[in-house]
Design a protein around this ligand. Structure first.
Ligand SMILES: Nc1ncnc2c1ncn2[C@@H]1O[C@H](COP(=O)(O)OP(=O)(O)OP(=O)(O)O)[C@@H](O)[C@H]1O
Ligand SMILES: [Mg+2]
Ligand SMILES: [Zn+2]
Length: 594
């Protein structure tokens, strides 16, 4: 027997079998049972959601030998005729291929005749939006005064193209995109009947690709099975789709929002190792960002077509990014796509992501605006920082903050199938900070500044400093505030970090720090730096891994900028070079020249 695709094999045959459209099927079933049928229906909704199937079920309900019944038998001559498309009284017209007026005239003449053998004549006019205006007009007469033995079902994916006169004469049912849960259950169910097994997360991916359409979801499943056999894996699905799982896009964009350069580079590395097409990834990321932008600009306009679940998760992510940040990220990636067409794919992609994640690193006007977005966000103007999702390898270690929009048990991305190679720059400490509660900016400005407040707000200070001068923040990680008097904050550095203390005390550093304090506390403070004589680490300072991460990120940042041909801050590059020399290579500064 020839292979029958799953979506043909499993066309719903009863109202109860139609998934996720109870608002339609229950109403229709009740109408059949109570004999309250209209003579003309309009079924609207996205493709593959059950419009044609439901129209046929309705036809069976009316014509079943045991009917009219809401539960047609499926075995009598009328039911089987309808199932096989051989019933002379149930006429399907595909307006996409019969859009002209002639067919409709012909039809109008034939409508007048009584059904040949069944109880009712049912006309199912698929893709009815394709009918020409003349065609509709020819229909109108029949729809206005239909003979008692006729029921029309018009089906369309584009109701706005249907004439008002027809709209007003039909009872309309809007089929919905099938929700992820319903669709997932359906896919798993049919899969089980077919003897398939699913790796956790595989069904999710299929459902997401289906985007609310049962037909699309099932045809993806078909392809995967043809490709990988009966064991359906996440990797298999991702490969068949040739698309990037949404999880990865979400992670990438969260990485941009969090400024997690190291995480982004790890992600790209994994994609490349996993054999994923980086051009496709860039394209999909741009599309993802575009959707976020649409949701920000016009949240209620329904511009983003997706399941409600998907829209909700996109909306949550859109709230984590500023508009200028989004715009700039789209621009950078679009640029990268052009470069990727010319050859090397990995470097342009990495650079674009790094630049998008670090508006601090670039001097263009877009970067400035993105930076402002970010400052606002950190200051709690749009307080979404707690929702930042840690990237890649950190997910296992870091407790998820409450209200985290990531679905639990999300599938492993394709790249995860191979053991991840963790570069030295992998983030370890950063997500802990991202997950830590941030002090409330508004409250902080109102309260008088004392040491306690400074200590509590230290994370915010570090963030504000980082936004201005990254190396300065790196140095500050080695210090803790130990006193505050007359607007001078005493900072004690770990022993051995005299160089860091000196740098923080410098006048240009005081300037930057003053700005940062003003941002967090509404007041400029100066710092007085000392170095601890004890060997132990100051308590408030993050552990070494955090500082390493920061340093790695700072180095990456400057490398990225250098590779992009623009070193934004020569002074900082100098600082970094000196720092590397002194800390890691044991050099001594004889004359800093600063
Ligand atoms: N609600 C549903 N429940 C179960 N299966 C469905 C549903 N909707 C669609 N399907 C599956 O998709 C196939 C096509 O469905 P159907 O032809 O009814 O969709 P449609 O809404 O008419 O799509 P189109 O707009 O493309 O004509 C069915 O054979 C079935 O396998
Ligand atoms: Mg159809
Ligand atoms: Zn029957």
């Amino acid at each position: 027997m020839a292979y029958v695709s799953l979506y043909r094999k499993y066309r719903p045959q009863t109202f109860a079998e139609v998934v996720g459209q109870a608002h339609v099927t229950q109403t229709l079933a009740a109408a059949v049972t109570d004999d309250r049928l209209h003579h003309a229906y309009l079924f609207t909704g996205p493709r593959g959601t059950g419009k044609t199937s439901t129209a046929r079920i309705l036809a069976k309900s009316l014509n079943c030998e045991r009917g009219p019944t809401a539960e047609p038998c499926g075995r009598c001559v009328h039911c089987t005729g309808i199932i096989h498309g051989s019933s002379v009284d149930v006429i399907e017209i595909d307006a996409a291929s019969h859009g002209g007026v002639d067919d409709v005239r012909d039809l109008r003449e034939r409508v007048a005749f009584a059904p040949a053998s069944a109880r009712m004549k049912v006309y199912i006019v698929d893709e009815c939006h394709m009918l020409s205006t003349a065609g509709w007009n020819a229909f109108l007469k029949t729809v206005e005064e239909p003979p008692g033995h006729v029921v029309f079902v018009f089906a369309t994916t584009e109701p706005h193209k249907v004439l008002d006169t027809i709209l007003s004469r039909t009872q309309r049912f809007d089929f919905k995109r099938i929700g992820a849960q319903h669709l997932g259950g359906h896919v798993a169910d049919l899969g089980a009947r077919e003897g398939l097994t699913f790796e956790p997360g595989a069904v999710d991916l299929i459902v997401r690709a289906g985007d609310g359409s049962a037909r699309d979801a099932l045809s993806v499943l078909d392809q995967v099975v043809a490709f990988t056999g009966n064991d359906v894996t996440v990797r298999g699905v991702a490969e068949v789709l040739g698309t990037v799982p949404d999880e990865l896009l979400t992670r990438a964009v969260d990485g941009i929002a969090a400024g997690d350069v190291a995480g982004l580079c790890v992600l790209v590395g994994r994609l490349a190792d996993g054999g994923l097409d980086l051009r496709q990834f860039a394209r999909d990321t741009v599309e993802h960002l575009r959707r976020l932008l649409l949701l920000q600009v016009a949240p209620d306009a329904g511009l983003v077509e997706a399941t409600p679940e998907r829209v909700a998760s996109l909306q949550a992510q859109a709230a984590r990014l500023g508009r200028m940040e989004l715009l700039r990220a789209i621009e950078l990636l679009a640029e990268a796509m052009a470069q990727m067409r010319r050859g090397n794919t990995r470097l342009p992609l990495e650079l674009a992501l790094v630049k998008a994640a670090l508006p601090e690193a670039a001097g263009d006007p877009g970067a400035l605006a993105a930076r402002l977005d970010r400052l606002e966000r950190r200051a709690g103007v749009r307080d979404t920082s707690a929702a930042v999702v840690p990237l890649a390898s950190d997910r296992e270690r870091v407790p998820q903050p409450a209200g985290d929009p990531q679905p639990a048990g999300d599938p492993q991305p394709a790249g995860d199938v191979e053991p991840p190679r963790e570069p030295a720059a992998a983030p370890t400490g950063a997500p802990d900070r991202a997950a830590a509660p941030r002090p409330d900016f508004q409250a902080a400005t109102a309260a008088p500044v004392d040491l306690e407040l400074v200590r509590r707000s230290w994370e915010a200070v570090l963030e504000a400093v980082k936004a201005r001068k990254r190396s300065l923040q790196v140095w500050l990680l080695m210090a803790q505030p130990i006193g505050l008097q007359d607007n001078t904050l005493q900072l004690e550095f770990r022993s051995g970090y005299g160089f860091h203390a000196d740098n923080c005390a410098r006048e240009d550093s005081q300037e930057v720090l003053g700005d940062a304090f003003a941002e967090v506390f509404g007041t400029r403070l100066r710092v007085a730096c000392s170095v601890s004589t004890a060997g132990s680490a100051p308590a408030a300072v993050a552990d070494d891994s955090a500082s390493l991460d920061e340093q790695a990120a700072a180095v990456l940042e400057s490398e990225a900028a250098a590779a992009a041909g623009q070193l934004p801050d020569e002074g900082r590059a100098h600082d970094l070079a000196i720092e590397t020399l002194t800390r890691d290579l044991g050099a001594k500064v004889i004359d800093d020249g600063a």
